[in-house]
Design a protein around this ligand. Structure first.
Ligand code: AMP
Length: 113
């Protein structure tokens, strides 16, 4: 999508701090980190949110899940980490391109919200 922030990051039109890339997905550091390690993993193909993940090209969801494990190892998050994907207004999703937050490097709260 031509006006999508994360599509522009994937295309290299907007700079990002890349931590991982493969055929299906791209990962970069969040610009406003909520934890010592805060990385966003996005599919290269555009869908608005996780509710539309079924529309992604075959192999993309598997690649993202695999990438999350690789990134966690790369970032030395051996003590654990949290993965969050906000979907829609009630979840305060601010960028309408599916993304997974990887949060780590500190103890998370014991409640989801
Ligand atoms: P969400 O609120 O779940 O949609 O998350 C969107 C995330 O994108 C937020 O954590 C923002 O800090 C992050 N973000 C917005 N613009 C950029 C950018 N240019 N580079 C990296 N992260 C960004």
């Amino acid at each position: 999508m031509s006006d999508c922030l994360f599509c522009k990051i994937v295309a290299g039109e907007i700079p990002s701090s890349k931590v991982y890339e493969d055929e299906y997905c791209y990962a970069f550091r969040d610009i406003a980190p909520q934890a010592p390690t805060h990385i966003l993993v996005v599919p290269k193909a555009h869908v608005s949110d996780i509710a539309h993940a079924g529309d992604l090209p075959a192999g993309t969801v598997e690649a993202i899940l695999s990438a999350i494990g690789k990134i966690a190892a790369q970032e030395k998050l051996e003590n654990g980490f949290r993965v969050v994907s906000n979907c829609g207004p009630d979840a305060c999703q601010s960028v309408p391109h599916l993304h997974f937050h990887i949060l780590g490097g500190r103890k998370m709260g014991d409640r989801m919200a």
